[in-house]
Design a protein around this ligand. Structure first.
Ligand code: HEM
Ligand code: HEM
Length: 145
């Protein structure tokens, strides 16, 4: 079970990060031009939110369903840089990023003008992606699960 979740949590980000980049570029182009904010773009932004939530949900299940004993000795957990990264810094930073991405999409939906809709996504998704990049376990991600 855990192996399956870990594989999902490992491979989903490839699709996720690619789509995130595509969506950022597309929203940026709408923000900086007179192009309309299409239903298709709104749908793509929504899929990024969906994949973000899915990734976070899988992470939460991995952490609290299978690794709860990590938190029985907080001194060791916080004192070991590797453990702290994996079980504390990575989850908290990613949850913060997901909150920002969700807010960005909600603000985009509420905005009126096409450029305001697109700008909200670029700014909030952009900060979210920056946070994800900061606390992503790049070595594990790139070397394969
Ligand atoms: C930890 C569990 C989750 C929480 C706390 C959560 C919370 C939220 C919140 C606050 C929104 C914002 C709605 C808005 O834009 O006004 C949202 C939207 C959304 N979530 Fe989640 N979610 C969770 C898990 C999931 C999962 C597992 C999925 C699907 C795999 C998912 C898919 C979506 C989608 C598709 C949207 C819609 C965005 C839109 O309407 O544009 N979420 N969620
Ligand atoms: C956008 C959000 C996230 C991304 C892109 C992401 C990505 C990753 C990646 C690539 C790994 C390395 C997997 C491997 O070893 O091959 C990983 C590990 C891990 N993630 Fe996430 N993650 C996210 C959110 C979360 C959240 C919210 C939690 C917990 C609440 C979480 C918990 C974990 C745990 C516990 C591991 C270590 C798994 C292990 O080695 O047993 N992740 N994550």
């Amino acid at each position: 079970m855990y192996t399956g979740l870990l594989h999902l949590h490992h491979w989903l980000p490839f699709v996720y990060l690619l789509l995130m980049l595509v969506v950022l570029v597309q929203n940026f182009l709408v923000w900086k031009s007179d192009n309309p904010f299409s239903d298709k773009l709104a749908r793509q932004n929504k899929i990024v939110v969906l994949l973000t939530h899915l990734q976070i949900t899988i992470g939460l299940i991995m952490l609290f369903g299978f690794n709860l004993d990590m938190f029985s000795d907080m001194g060791t957990l916080m004192g070991d840089a590797g453990l702290r990264f994996k079980y504390v810094e990575h989850p908290t930073t990613m949850i913060l990023a997901a909150v920002l991405i969700t807010i960005g999409n909600a603000k985009s939906k509420r905005a009126e003008a096409a450029s305001a809709k697109a700008k909200s996504v670029v700014v909030w998704f952009g900060i979210g992606l920056f946070l994800i990049a900061l606390r992503m376990p790049w070595a594990e991600f790139l070397q394969g699960a």
